[in-house]
Design a protein around this ligand. Structure first.
Ligand code: GLY
Length: 380
């Protein structure tokens, strides 16, 4: 089947999900209206920001996802209320854009799907400037030995797989300005990720620490996964979707092949319930899940199906849809009184919140539905 035939085979389901989203998200938006913070998760039935209430930081890496989610809903419904909320949240992020001390590689997550999408959809000049400034900040984190530095403090040689998604801000900046520097930096980083992050079994490290003076490999700590050398499922999904997008933006075939391998590995690790465990190497008697990894992977798998043909496309597409259905039926709250959608998200294996709502999981869930509906506008 072609991608369009695959997509049309799920048209009725996609339409039903879009209707459910429109109803649910109108309540979700009402619950956030006028808040002086950007939603991250839900406590006692209410949106709350990341971190202890009252101490959250506007620089928190997930803060682009709420405006991004509003743009996703705007594309689905054309309801101006989502656009207004997206623009309100985007303005709140300005405080973070000028606080360089607190910024990190996740400026891609923060400004590509907020300001970048706003500019591309509405020609908003202020949004263009925000996205370009963010791209320059990300490019400024490049170590010319071959990687983008993820975090601050003394972690000068730390690179993480999540950065694969932030590279899309750099691809956009080169496409928009005609200056290849941003794309070159992104591709050097993606090449490093292929070399040092992907492992023999096609799983990926979360973190690789390099000597920042020589780029000698130092270590690969557990990060948000179970242990060093284990397989944090959200990291795998960042790689799956991230390499797919790098292929789309550059046409470099090795990125597509890497995405294919990681995707096959990811699907091979899914159990009968189609909801990823937090870590594919966690102990067998631990039943901790992360729907967020599932939502990101579903986006990557559906997009990958569009890129490849034949049986492979069918395999990726069906796996993505199976994951969406599992989340829809068994790991979500569609009631009016609870503002988020997905409920079985986990921020990390150790010392993290488990089986909670997370704004970025909902963002990717909606994005996957939009792909099923045939909207090809790529936020990334
Ligand atoms: N980028 C951090 C996370 O996925 O939790």
């Amino acid at each position: 089947m072609t991608f369009d035939e695959l997509r049309l085979s799920q048209a009725e389901y996609a339409k039903a999900l879009a209707d459910k989203l429109a109803r649910k998200m109108s309540h979700s938006l009402a619950a956030a209206k006028g808040a002086d913070f950007i939603p991250y998760t839900v406590r006692e039935g209410k949106w709350v920001p990341a971190g202890p209430v009252g101490r959250s930081s506007i620089s928190w890496w997930t803060n682009g996802f709420w405006p991004g989610e509003m743009w996703e809903m705007y594309r689905l419904t054309k309801d101006e209320a989502y656009k207004e909320e997206a623009e309100r949240a985007e303005k709140m992020l300005d405080e973070a854009l000028y606080n360089i001390d607190a910024l990190h590689h996740d400026v891609g997550f923060m400004w590509l799907i907020s300001s970048g999408v706003n500019f591309r959809m509405t020609d908003n000049d202020q949004s263009r400037k925000r996205a370009l400034l963010a791209a320059n900040i990300l490019a400024g984190r490049f170590n010319p030995l071959g990687f983008i530095r993820a975090w601050n403090g003394n972690r000068t040689g730390w690179a993480i797989i999540d950065t694969m998604m932030n590279l899309n801000l750099l691809y956009w900046a080169s496409d928009f300005t005609g200056d290849p520097r941003f794309r070159k930096i992104a591709m050097i980083h993606a090449d490093t990720a292929m070399k040092y992050f992907e492992r023999e079994d096609c799983s990926c490290n979360h973190i690789v620490i390099f000597d920042p003076e020589t780029m000698a490999f130092v270590n690969n700590p557990a990060g948000q996964g179970y242990a060093s050398g284990s397989s944090w499922s959200r990291g795998q999904s960042w790689a799956l979707y991230g390499f797919t997008l790098s292929w789309i933006h550059t046409g470099k075939k090795e990125y597509l092949d890497t995405a294919r391998r990681v995707a096959k590995y990811f699907v091979s690790q899914i159990q009968d319930d189609w909801i990823p465990r937090i870590d594919f190497c966690q102990p067998a008697d631990v039943d901790l899940k992360d729907s967020c990894a599932g939502a990101i992977a579903a986006c990557g798998l559906i997009e990958l199906a569009r890129q490849v043909g034949g049986e492979e496309a069918e395999f990726f597409f069906n796996a993505g849809v199976n994951m969406l259905k599992a989340m829809d039926e068994n790991a979500s709250d569609w009631s009016d009184g609870y503002p988020a959608i997905l409920t079985k998200c986990s921020s990390a294996y150790h010392n993290g919140d488990h089986h909670i709502a997370m704004v970025y999981a909902d963002f990717f869930f909606i994005e996957a539905v939009r792909k099923l509906l045939g909207d090809e506008f790529l936020f990334w």
